[in-house]
Design a protein around this ligand. Structure first.
Ligand code: TYD
Length: 207
């Protein structure tokens, strides 16, 4: 079972995922948790280039290729082998981040991005994608408060608004894959909602 988590900045993915992984493990599931960009030795090196504040001149096309390169490595090295072993893979961001950020955010052609994604992921799609939805200002404030500011957060507000709206469009296009969780609620509420949705999907898959 392949589950991805998406959302605008500061939606709380990085704190919700470990708690979910622990919960699933107590139920006896074998869980692999990873994140993008990164998640492999090569991917983490690519991540460094992408998030560094001083890399301001990174061209949008270069940026996409780096995200996709990190993803291709992650799919081959970790995600596919883990799924083959019957594990539950929880991934913090995946292909939908490219559509939301590079497509809706930077205005790159969505159809072209989709075919590049198909190449990079060898066609692997998540079984479930949870959108942790939070309004842009709240999310950015949370991130700044945690001192996790990076090159990508520094884009103007309208960029982040386009990203958030893009996520909603993507979710509306494939409602059977996406679930939306209101991430402005307390961390406990968000976690229990996520657990409910994930259990539903795991139960549906096993029947
Ligand atoms: P990160 O610090 O991991 O942010 P977050 O905790 O919000 O996931 O930085 C990842 C950044 O990269 C984030 O701003 C989203 C962006 N991103 C893209 O623009 N395209 C992509 O394909 C991916 C995977 C991430």
């Amino acid at each position: 079972m392949f589950i991805t988590f998406e959302g605008p900045e500061g939606s709380g993915k990085s704190s919700q995922l470990p708690a979910l992984a622990e919960f699933l493990e107590t139920l006896g599931y074998k869980v692999v948790r990873t994140r993008e960009p990164g998640g492999t030795k090569i991917g983490d090196q690519i991540r460094e280039v992408l998030v560094r504040m001083e890399n301001a001149e990174l061209h949008p096309r270069t940026e996409i290729l780096l995200f996709l390169a990190a993803r291709a490595q992650l799919v081959e090295e970790l995600i596919i082998p883990s799924l083959e072993e019957g594990k539950v893979v929880l991934c913090d961001r995946y292909g939908d981040s490219t559509l939301a950020y590079q497509g809706y955010g930077h205005g790159l052609d969505l159809d072209r991005l989709r075919s590049m994604l198909q190449f990079a992921t060898a066609g692997l799609k998540p079984d479930l994608t949870i959108l942790l939805d939070v309004d842009v200002l709240t999310g950015l404030k949370r991130k700044k408060a945690k001192d996790e500011w990076n090159r990508l957060d520094a884009f103007e507000l309208s960029f982040h608004e386009r990203v958030r709206n893009g996520y909603h469009e993507l979710a509306a296009e494939e409602p059977e894959r996406w679930r939306i969780v209101d991430a402005s609620e307390s961390a406990e509420c968000v976690q229990s909602e996520i657990r409910k949705l994930v259990l539903q999907t795991l139960e549906n898959k096993s029947v």
